[in-house]
Ligand binder design. Structure first.
Ligand code: HEC
Length: 141
C-alpha cells in the first residue's frame, strides 16, 4: 500500500472515506421515509448525475466546479437556503435568487432538469426528506 500523506488533501480524504463507507454498506437507510425518498430519487435518475446516494456527481464541462455537486457538497447551503428553495430546484431545475449561477448553468454541458409535472407532491416531500436525511447522515460519519 503506497503512502498518500502529503499527496491527498484533507477534503479529498474525507470524500474518499465517505465513498468507501458507502461501498462497504455503512450507509444503512434505517428510516422508512428516507428509504421512500431514496427509491424515488433512484427511479427519477437523480443519482445518474448527483452520484450514488446523491453523494458526488459526474463531470460537467463549463460548470463552476467542473462536476455536478453531490448533496453533501460544501457549497450546498449557498445554493439551497431552505425547503422552499430545495423544492424550486427540483421543480424548476434552478432557483430565481441565484441570477449569476443561472447564467453559468445555461452555458454548462449538463443542466438540472425541471421535474415539474413529472412528480407528485408526495414524491417531492419524500425526496426533500431524503436529501436532508443523507446530509445529516454524512455529517455523522
Ligand atoms: C441530468 C443531470 C441531473 C439530474 C438527472 C438531476 N440533477 Fe440536480 N442538478 C444538476 C445540475 C447540473 C445542477 C446544478 C449544480 C451546479 O452545476 O453547480 C443540479 C442542482 C441540483 C440541486 C441544487 C443543489 C446542488 O446539489 O447543486 C439540487 C437540490 C438537485 N439538483 C436535486 C436533484 C434531484 C432531487 C434530482 C432527481 C429528482 C436531480 N437533481 C436530478 C444535474 C442533474
Amino acid at each position: 500500500m503506497p503512502r498518500y500523506k502529503g499527496i491527498i488533501k484533507d477534503d479529498e480524504l474525507k470524500d474518499l472515506l465517505v465513498y468507501l463507507k458507502v461501498l462497504m454498506g455503512f450507509i444503512n437507510i434505517d428510516d422508512s421515509i428516507a428509504m421512500k425518498g431514496y427509491l424515488i430519487a433512484k427511479n427519477l435518475g437523480c443519482f445518474g448525475c448527483h452520484g450514488d446516494y446523491g453523494l458526488g456527481g459526474m463531470p460537467n464541462p463549463n460548470s463552476l466546479k467542473g462536476y455536478i455537486p453531490g448533496w453533501d457538497d460544501e457549497h450546498f447551503d449557498k445554493l439551497v437556503k431552505n425547503d422552499d428553495e430545495l423544492r424550486e430546484w427540483i421543480l424548476k431545475g434552478k432557483i430565481n435568487r441565484l441570477k449569476f449561477i443561472n447564467f453559468v448553468m445555461e452555458r454548462q454541458v449538463i443542466k438540472m432538469p425541471a421535474y415539474e409535472g413529472y412528480i407528485t407532491e408526495d414524491e417531492l416531500n419524500a425526496l426533500i426528506y431524503y436529501i436532508k436525511w443523507i446530509r445529516d447522515k454524512v455529517k455523522s460519519l
